[in-house]
Design a binder for this molecule. Structure first.
Ligand code: AMP
Length: 113
């Protein structure tokens, strides 16, 4: 059997997390290793390894994740913020369960490293 990802364990209540939002499609947690004063992860309950694995059936879910990203950013009083999805090893993905980073509370650089 394939080992559950850390995010699947959090979704299943097997690992603790600082959950700031949850609904029937996703949850939002604080990143354990924050790269900005506010660093949140929007995680779909559905197990999708990476953005490259989504299909047309995920259209509504993907829209929901971005709406929630904005909602939690507003809730954390972020007028400016960055939304990131790392897709694949070379892009820096380390957890193979799709997630959307929401980072804010400091000035950002461009391009990212
Ligand atoms: P990525 O590198 O895009 O796959 O992002 C994975 C993110 O998950 C990293 O920013 C990690 O710091 C974060 N992370 C890993 N384990 C945990 C955990 N148990 N709770 C919260 N965030 C985590």
């Amino acid at each position: 059997m394939v080992e559950k990802t850390v995010f699947k364990k959090i979704i299943d209540g097997e690992l603790p997390a600082d959950v700031v939002h949850q609904d029937d499609l996703c949850l939002v947690i604080r990143d354990i290793n924050p790269q900005a004063p506010v660093h949140l992860l929007v995680i779909p309950r559905k197990e999708i390894p990476s953005l490259r694995d989504v299909g047309p059936e995920d259209r509504e879910l993907l829209g929901h994740l971005l709406l929630v990203a904005n909602q939690v950013a507003q809730h954390h009083k972020l007028s400016d913020y960055r939304v990131v999805i790392n897709c694949g090893l070379e892009a820096g993905q380390t957890v193979w369960h799709l997630h959307v980073h929401v980072l804010g509370g400091r000035e950002m650089q461009w391009p990212p490293g």
